[in-house]
Design a protein around this ligand. Structure first.
Ligand SMILES: Cc1cc2nc3c(=O)[nH]c(=O)nc-3n(C[C@H](O)[C@H](O)[C@H](O)COP(=O)(O)OP(=O)(O)OC[C@H]3O[C@@H](n4cnc5c(N)ncnc54)[C@H](O)[C@@H]3O)c2cc1C
Length: 578
């Protein structure tokens, strides 16, 4: 459906049709539209806001998210240009106040070049509005995506063939009825659609209440000796976190408050400026408060991700504590998972049952990320316990003593060091598995979430490796197509090729030439590939099957593997497709 078929100024209620309706133009919604477009599926996004929210919210966009962006038309160079430079954003600081005693610091995630062994893209610290703007620029390039701003989805009705959504326009815009085959609820943490479907959330709902105060100020002189992206300010009078999107201009103060205090009317510019001054710990002129947003920390995952033809994605499906920087990133993983599956069903490659695997694959990932984010938040209490002691009456005295000791105390350094996994979770970012059992094992305390080991097991994401492609050094992940399966054949190339030709499904075969030589050489020592003839890779880069070197029929093995994946392990009719 072309963009021009929609208009904000129609006077009567009209029924529009779109293959996929996406409710919400946040990161999850926009990325879903892009991915569907790359799979040849048109979509329409409805977004209740006319203007994008300026609240910076997320800052950590990790390597996996950037890998996905890079293969879907998002300008990665521009993202790095807009990101906080690693010299500024490469640390987390633990301080009394922003200008006070520095207790210690930790590196902030993998922004170093060494991480390029595991992903072509080190994590970027970019404010969410800037990130969303880059997604919008990519969306605008796709003629099969329509975006309607100022339109709110107010009701949905489902039947066997599709969903009808009622959409109210702001101001003079007339209401719409949109008929779609599938609806993606990307409408955020308070998802109205989740409520309409009566899907409950599992896990604690209100762990802590905050007012996020977004302000502009040049604090670069104040922090020049202690650069960082996150400042945990431990003075009991302050007890807040500051996020530095740009030291010389763009900051957020996360002020902890009670539920009753979470009222924007109580936070006028004067009060916010006082709170900011206190957090800085010295007088700073020219603080401009931009806006305040109440925010409640939860650690919840939706009971169901699917209800008929409606799928919850992003924060609509899970809301984590921000301690881990995993919310937005997990949402992008969700839409990568559901979009190729919708496309496979729509293109006649797969049965409807494939769509059930969205929940079985993505919910365990959210549960692990939610648990880890909560662990990170709880672990901070050990640091507070050290700084304030166990006796509330003597907390101020104990804290003053800690300030006098400064960064010199070994016990303090140990308490800070214990926070390291909070800020180094490469394994969670890259190493999650769509094998449910493997993924649930990630909850074990023995797992070190900082240690990512590339793996070739079914369910894992195909490891990144640098290859030569047309005289350019690129990641293998960038050259595999996003709209079909791929096969990497290490042996019996021509037999695999002829087996693929007998399938009624396009599959990209990587077997010869420069790129393949790079892959084969880089992985020649991998023990998991010792007796492997070929790997079958899904459009989302997760490993669908590992074929051993045996004499069994390649065609039958391929058919079996594809049937298991595309028809969720069953259905004889699968044979006619594969
Ligand atoms: C302080 C803070 C720091 C964070 N830091 C990080 C971080 O570093 N890394 C990270 O990964 N995550 C982080 N997060 C989480 C991140 O902000 C969210 O996970 C992310 O915004 C979720 O994206 P989304 O697209 O699912 O939902 P949202 O961004 O909430 O977008 C939902 C959209 O749907 C629209 N909408 C809602 N209802 C309707 C309706 N009925 N009709 C039409 N439109 C509707 C809304 O207007 C909104 O635009 C942080 C969050 C906070 C609060």
């Amino acid at each position: 459906m072309a963009k021009s078929e929609f208009s904000n100024s129609r006077s009567d209620k009209q029924l529009f049709e779109t293959p996929v309706l996406i409710v919400g133009a946040g990161p999850a919604g926009q990325m879903a539209a892009l991915m569907l477009s790359y799979q040849g599926i048109a979509s329409t996004i409805v977004e209740r806001r006319i203007e994008r929210s300026s609240a910076p919210k997320a800052h950590a966009v990790n390597g996996r998210t950037l890998e996905i962006c890079a293969t879907h038309g998002v300008d990665i160079d521009r993202i790095y240009e807009l990101a906080t430079p690693a010299e500024q954003g490469g640390f987390v600081q633990f301080m009394s106040t922003l200008s006070g005693v520095a207790f210690g610091h930790l590196p902030y995630e993998r922004q170093d070049d060494a991480v390029r062994e595991f992903t072509p893209y080190p994590l970027a610290n970019i404010s969410q509005p800037n990130f969303e703007r880059e997604l919008s620029n990519a969306v605008d390039q796709r003629p099969d995506i329509s975006v309607l701003h100022g339109f709110t989805c107010t009701a949905i009705q489902q039947d066997e063939t599709g969903v009808t959504a009622s959409i109210d326009g702001k101001g003079s815009s007339a209401p719409l009825q949109v008929r779609c085959r599938y609806l993606l609820a990307a409408d955020g943490a308070s998802s109205r659609i989740r409520g309409m479907l009566d899907i409950s959330m599992e896990g604690p709902e209100a762990l802590q209440h905050f007012m996020a105060i977004h302000f502009h100020a040049d604090l670069s002189t104040c922090v020049k000796n202690n650069p960082g992206i996150l400042y945990f300010l431990m003075d009991p009078e302050v007890s807040a976190t500051m996020i530095a999107f740009d030291h010389s201009d763009n900051w957020v103060l996360m002020h902890s408050c009670t539920e009753e205090e979470q009222d924007t009317a109580l936070f006028d510019a004067a009060r916010c400026t006082t709170l900011i001054q206190r957090a800085i710990g010295m007088q700073v002129t020219d603080i401009r408060v931009r806006n305040v947003n109440p925010w409640t920390m939860s650690s919840q995952v939706a009971e169901h991700y699917r209800s008929g033809r409606v799928f919850l994605v992003g924060d609509a499906a899970h809301r984590f504590p921000p301690t881990g920087g995993l919310g937005l990133n997990t949402g992008i993983g969700d839409v990568q998972n559901i979009t190729w599956k919708i496309a496979a069903v729509e293109r006649g490659w797969a049965g409807e049952s494939l769509l059930d695997t969205y929940q079985t694959e993505r919910k365990p990932v959210a549960e692990v990320n939610s648990a880890q984010s909560l662990n990170n938040a709880m672990k901070m209490f050990e640091l507070f316990a050290y700084l304030y002691g166990n006796d509330p009456e003597n907390a101020a005295e104990r804290f003053n003593q800690a300030k006098r000791e400064g960064s010199g105390s070994i016990a303090l350094q140990q308490a800070i060091e214990a926070q390291r996994p909070h800020f180094d979770s490469l394994r969670l970012q890259l190493g999650y598995s769509y094998d449910e059992v493997d993924q649930r094992n990630e909850l074990s305390e023995a797992v070190n979430i900082s240690e990512y080991e590339p793996s070739f097991k079914v369910g894992k994401s195909l490891p990144h490796v640098w290859v030569n492609n047309n005289y350019q050094r690129v990641s293998l992940l960038q050259i595999l197509p996003v709209d079909r399966f791929a096969m990497i054949a290490f042996s019996d190339h021509s037999e695999w090729q002829s087996a693929l030709e007998q399938l009624n499904l396009p599959i990209y075969l990587l077997a010869d030439g420069d790129s393949f030589m790079g892959v084969a050489a880089a992985w020649s020592d991998a023990p998991e590939l010792a007796d492997v003839s070929a790997l079958l890779i899904r459009p989302d880069r997760h490993i669908a099957a590992v074929f051993a070197m045996t004499n069994e029929s390649k065609l039958e093995r391929l058919r079996g593997a594809l049937t298991a994946v595309l028809f969720n392990s069953s259905l004889e009719s699968a044979q006619e497709y594969v």
